[in-house]
Design a binder for this molecule. Structure first.
Ligand code: KIV
Ligand code: ZN
Length: 400
């Protein structure tokens, strides 16, 4: 193992959740999300500013460009541990080691399927062969980086006893992070909690390692499953900006971070992410990939802090806690938006008119409100110019 005394915080006794970002590996692997080396480097700098603990930069064996991207990220970043993925094959592991040579803190992430389905149909290996292959890979990787993570692919469909056996062998061989991925997004939060509790009890050397969760979103439960793993003691969450990733995606980083922040008393742990950079990170990724997030996406979607209905706007104007559980500024969004549309009420309209410098009397307000509603039936959103025209007694449709 390289300079063990200098490596990152992988084995520290701190009880916080480490954020392992895999936007540039699992995220980039999804159709439509490929990024070239320059784009990856820009995103890597943003992720470093965000405060991720581990940044999985790519799969160096996949292509010369991926190798170069990992090497450049490893050479340039100073704070996070830079990680490269490798199958449990000597060639992959040595290529990953070379790509990481100049990293301040490096991690090789070796993975091997453990489930019966994958053992039989993908690998054609017996349990004993899986065990031997995993151990040999961890031992080989140990000499080439500061720390080794072992992932049991399709862990959630693996016999728990066998999973514990493979993990115990990986720890004995030198792995310091054990990742149990829900590779196909199949599990439920209750099952997740149960498995992590079991692993913490049955893996030999469990007290020396960090357990990690890596969830896919095929059934829309990636974030809930990741949080269930945290509840049961996982202290690394693997996730991506905007939840991008294979098929339906990975657990979304911004949702994990804010759930741990907003419900801190429930989880009794948190992250060291600078949450005010979540929205800028999301925006940068959409620019680099050309893929927008849906309006209703939690935390970073256009509607995440927007209110149109009159009842909600009225509540918000009295006390923002009525309909908001976090401040938009906490995630790097400037302001809550009270969108004026056909569901809005008099309070929000009057407030917006006042902000625009108009102080209508109650009688005038009746007429303005009626004209506003008539226009709102025709247009999705009412803009300030429309309101100005209505307040001045002009025809907004003629004005705009
Ligand atoms: O989903 C998965 O199992 C993976 C592994 C390589 C960790 O991405
Ligand atoms: Zn994955």
């Amino acid at each position: 193992m390289k300079n063990p005394e200098q490596h990152g915080s992988d084995n520290s006794s701190e009880d916080r959740v480490r954020i392992f970002d895999t936007t540039l590996r699992d995220g980039e692997q999804a159709p439509g999300f490929a990024m070239d080396r320059r784009a990856k480097l820009r995103m890597a700098h943003m992720l470093e500013a965000l405060g991720v603990d581990v940044l999985e930069a790519g799969f160096p064996q996949a292509s010369p460009d991926d190798f170069a991207a990992v090497a450049e990220i490893a050479r340039t970043l100073t704070v996070p541990t830079v990680c490269a993925l490798a199958r449990c094959q000597q060639g992959d592991i040595e290529t990953a080691g070379r790509a990481l040579e100049r990293a301040r803190h490096s991690r090789i992430h070796v993975f091997l399927s453990t489930s019966p389905l994958h053992r039989e149909h993908k690998l054609g290996m017996s349990k004993a062969q899986v065990l031997d292959t995993a151990v040999a890979a961890v031992e080989r990787a140990r000499g080439l980086c500061h720390e080794v993570e072992f992932s049991a692919e399709d862990a959630l469909r693996t016999e728990p006893e066998f999973l514990a056996e493979v993990f115990s062998a990986a720890v004995a061989a030198g792995a310091t992070t054990l990742n149990a991925p829900d590779t196909v997004g199949y599990t439920t939060p209750a099952e997740m909690e149960q498995l992590f509790a079991y692993l913490r009890q049955h893996v030999k050397g469990a007290e020396r390692v960090i357990f990690s969760t890596h969830c896919h979103d095929d059934l829309g439960m990636a974030v809930a499953n990741s949080l269930a793993a945290v509840k049961a003691g996982a202290r690394q969450v693997e996730c991506t900006i905007n939840g991008i990733g294979e098929r339906a995606g990975n657990a979304s980083l911004e949702e994990i971070v804010m759930a741990l922040r907003v419900r801190e008393p429930y989880f009794q742990t948190g992250t060291r992410i600078d949450s005010r950079k979540l929205y800028p990170a999301s925006r940068l990724l959409t620019q680099l990939t050309g893929q927008a997030v849906p309006r209703n996406k939690a935390i970073v979607g256009d509607n995440a802090f927007a209110h149109e209905s009159g009842i909600h706007q009225h509540g918000m104007l009295k006390h923002r806690g009525t309909y908001e559980i976090m401040h938009p500024q906490d995630v790097g969004i400037g302001e809550t938006r009270l969108v004026l549309g056909k569901h809005s009420g008099r309070h929000a309209l009057r407030q917006r008119l006042q902000a625009l410098g108009h102080q209508p009397e109650d009688a005038a307000m009746d007429d303005i409100f009626a004209r506003f509603k008539a226009l709102a039936d025709k247009k999705r959103e009412i803009h300030d110019e429309d309101l100005e025209a209505i307040a001045l007694g002009q025809d907004p449709e003629a004005a705009g």
